[in-house]
Design a protein around this ligand. Sequence first.
Ligand code: ADP
Ligand code: MG
Length: 339
Amino acid sequence: MTDIIQLLPDAIANQIAAGEVVQRPASALKELLENAVDAGATQVQVVVRDAGKQLIQVIDNGKGMSATDARMSFERHATSKIRNSQDLFAIRTFGFRGEALASIAAVAQVELKSRQSDSELGTLIQIEGSEVKKQEPAALPIGTSVAMKNLFYNVPARRNFLKSNPVEMRHIVEEFQRVVLSYPEIAFSLFQQDLEIYNLPAGKLSQRIVSLFGKSYQGLLIPCDEQTPHVNVKGYVGKPEGAKKSRGEQFFFVNNRFIKSSYLHHAVNLAFEGLIANDQHPFYVLFLEIDPAHIDINVHPTKTEIKFEDERTVYGVIRSAVKQALGAHHVMPTLDFSL
Ligand code: ADP
Ligand code: MG
């Protein structure tokens, strides 16, 4: 008899896990932004070079990490956000898997700098391919900076698989938009090479929408607000005259987490029936608040798809919330698009 089964070394296990968490530069950005938000930052700066292939850096002024935690944060399943299986059903942070930093450090060169407000010195860690190259105390501002360099430098097949810079940059902006919309009270900026392409001061959601998408949105936003025992819906829908042929400016958030749902998208479209042409899509940024016990966000590692216990109720509430908002603003079917 010969035994042939072995446990994989951490670096390889991390690299395999990374395949799910980090598909492209934008997925790393999402994870780093979420960590900054989870850390209670009020200011977050993003620096991107070469569409994230060369660099994605996220700098926050959040609570920072101790020297030990800074090192621990790169271990797989290392998280400060849940402790037991009960916590899984009451998740209020973005993160909980403890996989992002471990995955990113497995497939890139990472430099982490972090300092907590009660420490005089911070910690600098350089790690590549899951291997710590340097760890030392350093004079640093309060908060955390994570720089991810040369994504997939050690996985050439995946590096070659990355799309052109315009395509990767579009994904980056998309992820950025999703996070900044759900946290208008946090100031965000985004630099591409040395150019500041977004500068979003802290403010209200309506201001965030306008600074993100442009002044033309100023007069187009209709507030939406409906509370039911099961789910609350809040946010803005665009006036019908602002509807566009291209999809893309439709955002659902569940407990502040961006989700994709063609089912719920349909509920909004139905509320706009007769108001916009069939080939047009309304603008919306809608936030659903729902008891975490009634949803499952653990469906997919990137967490953009979730399961609702009672999808039909949610559908109904969204549709009625949007209809009411449009009605309250006297948006009536005036054009007959069937002609
Ligand atoms: P998760 O977010 O699922 O916990 P991550 O791998 O993204 O897993 O992060 C691991 C841990 O590192 C977090 O739980 C948190 O304690 C710490 N951490 C990561 N990023 C930051 C940050 N920007 N500021 C403070 N702590 C951080
Ligand atoms: Mg995280």
